[in-house]
Design a protein around this ligand. Structure first.
Ligand code: 5GP
Length: 267
C-alpha cells in the first residue's frame, strides 16, 4: 500500500501515521543489521515472517494480561499499533549465557544461568547501546522507579510465559530484547510492551540439535537465514502458505556485507 513519508525509520521497521489519533502503522522491512550497523544485509521475506510471528506472540501475551501496543495486522508487512512514548531502554532477559553476556564475562555460550537475568541498555546507536544500571536510568530520568519496577515485572512474566510457549515447539528461549512505552489514555499513563518479538530480537535454539534459529545466523554468517525464520514461523503455526513462501524465496536472497570489522557488542 502506498503511504506518506514515514515518521520514523528504524533499522528493521518503518512507522507511519495511523488512521486514527493515537495509532501508528508499523511496517516490517527485510533489512537486517548487526554489530551496531556495521554489518548490513537483507533477509528475504523476514518482514513478512516477523510481522506474523510478532502478531502471534503479542496476542498470546495479551491473553495472559500483558498490555501490548498491538492492535491488529493490516497486511503482510504492516500492523496497526498504539502510539506510545518509547522508553529509551532496551531490556534484555537472559536464561542462558550467550552473545554479549558470554563475551563480557568470558563464559562459554550455552551455560544455563541460575535464574533469569534482566539487563538494561540505553537505546543509542551513536553510543553503541551501552549497558546501564538502574541508577543511571533514574539519574537521567529515562524511567522512574515505579516504571522500572513495572518493566522488570512484565519482562520476567513475559520470559516465563514465552519460555514455556517456545519449549512447546522444541525451541529454547536463550535471551531476548524488549522495549516498552508510555501509553497516555484518558489522563492516565501506563507502561505497555512495544516494538516486536521475533527471531530478530530473540535467541532461539532447537532443543534437540542446538541449531540456532534466529538472527545469529545472519550475524555470524551461519547460512540458512531465511530457512531459520521460516522454521520458527512454521513451528508457531503462522507460516504463510506455500505460494507466498515461493514468492519470498524467489525474491533476492540474503546479502550480507561487512562494511568494517566487528565491534565488541554482538548486536
Ligand atoms: P546481546 O546483548 O547478547 O547481543 O543480545 C541479547 C538479546 O537481545 C539477543 O536475543 C538479541 O537478539 C537481543 N538484542 C539486544 N540488542 C538488540 C538490538 O539492538 N536489536 C535487536 N534486534 N535485538 C537486540
Amino acid at each position: 500500500m502506498k503511504r506518506n513519508k514515514p515518521i520514523y525509520e528504524g533499522k528493521a521497521k518503518l512507522l507511519f501515521e495511523g488512521p486514527e489519533p493515537g495509532t501508528l502503522i508499523q511496517y516490517f522491512k527485510d533489512d537486517a543489521t548487526a554489530f551496531n550497523n556495521q554489518k548490513k544485509g537483507t533477509i528475504s521475506g523476514k518482514g513478512v515472517l516477523n510481522n506474523r510471528i510478532s502478531e502471534y506472540l503479542m496476542l498470546r501475551l495479551e491473553e495472559i494480561g500483558i498490555p501490548t501496543h498491538f492492535i491488529r495486522t493490516l497486511n503482510m508487512r504492516e500492523q496497526l499499533i498504539k502510539a506510545v512514548e518509547i522508553i529509551p531502554i532496551e531490556v534484555v532477559v537472559r536464561n542462558v549465557a550467550a552473545g554479549s553476556f558470554a563475551k563480557r564475562f568470558a563464559v562459554e555460550e550455552g551455560i544455563p544461568l541460575p535464574y533469569a537475568l534482566v539487563e538494561y541498555f540505553l537505546k543509542s546507536d551513536s553510543l553503541g547501546d551501552p549497558m546501564v544500571s538502574e541508577e543511571h536510568i533514574f539519574a537521567f530520568g529515562w524511567a522512574d522507579p515505579s516504571e522500572l519496577d513495572e518493566i522488570r515485572y512484565l519482562s520476567l512474566r513475559i520470559n516465563d510465559y514465552l519460555s514455556g510457549l517456545f519449549l512447546g515447539v522444541g525451541l529454547q528461549l536463550v535471551d531476548f530484547k524488549l522495549e516498552f512505552g508510555r501509553l497516555y489514555e484518558e489522563g492516565h499513563v501506563s507502561i505497555i510492551l512495544a516494538d516486536e518479538i521475533s527471531p530478530d530480537n530473540c535467541r532461539l535454539w532447537d532443543t534437540k540439535t542446538g541449531d540456532k534459529l534466529d538472527k545469529d545466523r545472519f550475524r555470524r554468517d551461519l547460512g540458512k537465514v531465511e530457512e531459520a525464520y521460516q522454521e520458527v514461523a512454521r513451528r508457531l503455526g503462522v507460516l504463510p502458505t506455500a505460494d507466498i513462501i515461493e514468492k519470498l524465496n524467489t525474491t533476492k536472497k540474503t546479502t550480507a556485507k561487512k562494511t568494517t570489522k566487528k565491534v565488541s557488542k554482538t548486536k
